[in-house]
Design a protein around this ligand. Sequence first.
Ligand code: GLN
Length: 386
Amino acid sequence: MSNRTNRTARRTEGFTESVIREMTRVALEHDAINLAQGFPDFPAPEVLKEAACEAIRADINQYAITWGAPRLRRAIAEKYRRFYGMEVDTDSEIVVTCGATEAMAAAMLALIDPGDRVVVLEPFYENYGPDAVLCGAEPVFVPTGDDGRLDVDALAAAFGPQVRGIIVNTPNNPTGHVFTREELEAVARLCTEHDALAFTDEIYEHIVYEGGHIPLATIDGMRGRTITVSGASKTFSVTGWRVGTIVAPSDLTGAIKKTHDFLTVGAPAPLQEACATGLERLDASYYRTLADDYRQRRDVLYHGLLEAGFRCRQPRGSYYILADFSGISDLPDGEFAAWLTREIGVASVPGSSFYSGPGRGRTQVRFAYCKRLSTLEEAVDRLRKL
Ligand code: GLN
């Protein structure tokens, strides 16, 4: 091939391959328990599975309207009203995407210009950096406290005229922190003062153990400048369905709809119907059980990790534990995670993939506990060998 043929776009040089997805491959190779990539090993609710089969049999197998099947958009609007008292217009304020991943990417591509700056709170879910780079923007990383709490002074120092937006992820992957009203108000103050947008990834909104999830869009002054991303993956345990959602003010959704349309046309039509059924039919007890079950899983893994010699905090939301292994090994995080997968049979994600530079991630790995209790007990058993 000529130099021109085998040259890739320069923007792809701004990021590396996803370490989270890579660790799933490593786990498979060594037949290890995969606590790396966050996807459930237990079944999705029967009502959703039935609805998906029914939709396919009813021949709902062609493209839905690009920004979402009307029935699903109505169910999403109803969800935001029911849980958060938010009024959302079904036609002009919702975009259904291929997972929260496409939602974040499409929204950012639609609203961020090359040369803009985007604030990313660190540690962060590894897609956000590449999302910013794909927009030609410059990510500005702002460290949070060890427990994931917002450092308001550091955040204020990062804001400036070039900052077009901030990415907020609550409940947080990987820290398990759930942003308090005070923290969200601090974000809101800065966004308002600097006329910046907020891209908020709220995919773990129903996996909260204390208090409740507060959407950033419900904070004073934020509804008109917040792009709220969520989806079915975590709430209904269907990460492979790729159904994500965006709620944003109508003056922003026009550009998001176009970007989404040209990227993917639309999310899978029969699965959109099934997600609508889930939103319509599952009642408060489903959401309570979801969080209660996750609390049990969290407790098993958290105590198991402490017993094995890791240092970690009990998450308040989401389904990850970021654990410090410096009491167990001196290896750097990537080598430690590889060793743990190979020799102990438990896969995790190297900590540095959640940080922009070397440093804090060097002695950390992330474990996901979206697994059956029996899977977690087996993992904890294996970790005892440490
Ligand atoms: N959010 C999940 C994680 O952090 C899975 C993301 C993905 O691989 N799409 O592991």
